[in-house]
Write a protein of this length. Structure first.
Lengths: 97, 221
């Protein structure tokens, strides 16, 4: 599977989707979302990043081992942010003691 | 088979195994890159949580229009990079060289636009350095929030700066590949360097995809 040749048509479709998602992200940032701009922006960003990783970076066509390594990046970043915020979000608990 | 022997290192069974190892190694490197940027992303998360008003104000002060145009430029460069890899895979030297050059040109366009943006930041007093930083009276920020705004701006310059540095490195790599491709060094059997450079370039694109909402699109306008 190391040399799966992706058709240019697939690349163009992914490109069109990325442009559309960028337009949606920027559009959503200009309307009033009541403080949800960052969350909405990040949801679009995750969708775009997934498209880039799966198709431009060929992860969709790669071996399971490559999948594990690629996903470990997201997992370790998640652990870093989760455990850090675990501290910051719970400082002062229980309040009044 | 003759061309297989020319490019097959002796410690691999065949080209498939060699290519698999190469891309796996590249992915491991990219995971370490995720952790380099991850430190900055974690710092951003913490301080965004602690100082929401200053961060929102800071984000609103940045130029989201230039950043959005730059996003389109970078996504286009990812397309040309993907097409360059395709050119190498099907043995079209012309497509490979042209798409590599196009990718570099789009990279230059990105950095030029970024340069204009930094110049505007300097002009607007958005550089968190003595003599370069100032906030107008009508900003609505108190003294503490002005300090927190400097923190946001420091993160903004570190994150976009580290990203820009990665682009410069990537463009250097692509320039070398374009020169080698012109000398016909790559074939459908052997073009691993093009594929690996492609992975790196797309990774840099993914980082920017996250910088756009974090820095530019989460503000009060």
């Amino acid at each position: 599977m190391a040399h799966h040749v992706v058709r240019p048509r697939t690349y163009l479709l992914v490109f069109a989707a990325l442009i559309a998602l960028t337009a949606l992200t920027v559009g959503a940032s200009q309307i009033d979302l009541g403080g949800w701009h960052l969350t909405v922006g990040l949801i679009f960003a995750v969708a775009k990043a997934t498209l880039v990783v799966l198709f431009f970076m060929h992860l969709w066509y790669s071996s399971r081992l490559t999948w594990v390594v690629a996903l470990s990046g997201a997992v370790f970043l998640g652990i870093l942010i989760f455990l850090t915020m675990n501290d910051y979000l719970t400082r002062g608990w229980p309040s009044g003691l | 088979v003759a061309s297989e022997h020319a490019h097959l290192a002796h410690h691999f069974d065949d080209l498939d195994q060699q290519n698999e190892s190469l891309s796996l190694g590249m992915w491991v490197f990219l995971v370490t890159e995720v952790m380099i940027f991850g430190g900055l992303f974690a710092a951003y998360t913490v301080y965004r949580h602690l100082y929401p008003a200053a961060f929102s104000y800071g984000s609103g002060r940045l130029n989201w229009k230039l950043a959005s145009v730059n996003t389109l430029v970078l996504i286009s460069s990812s397309l040309t990079m993907a097409l360059a890899v395709h050119g190498a895979q099907v043995g079209s030297r012309r497509t490979l060289v042209r798409c590599l050059v196009l990718t570099i040109v789009l990279g230059v366009a990105f950095l030029v636009i970024k340069g204009f943006e930094y110049a505007e930041d300097v002009h607007e007093g958005l550089v968190p350095a003595p003599g370069y930083f100032h906030v107008e009276a009508g900003s609505g920020l108190d003294a503490n929030q002005v300090r927190q705004l400097r923190l946001f701006l420091a993160l903004y310059f570190c994150m976009t700066g580290l990203h820009a540095l990665h682009m410069v490195v990537g463009m250097g790599v692509l320039a070398c590949l374009a020169l080698l491709a012109r000398r016909d060094r790559y074939s459908p059997e052997y073009h691993a360097p093009v594929e690996m450079a492609g992975l790196y370039w797309h990774f840099v694109d993914v980082i920017w995809i996250f910088l756009l909402p974090l820095l530019y699109l989460s503000g009060t306008h």
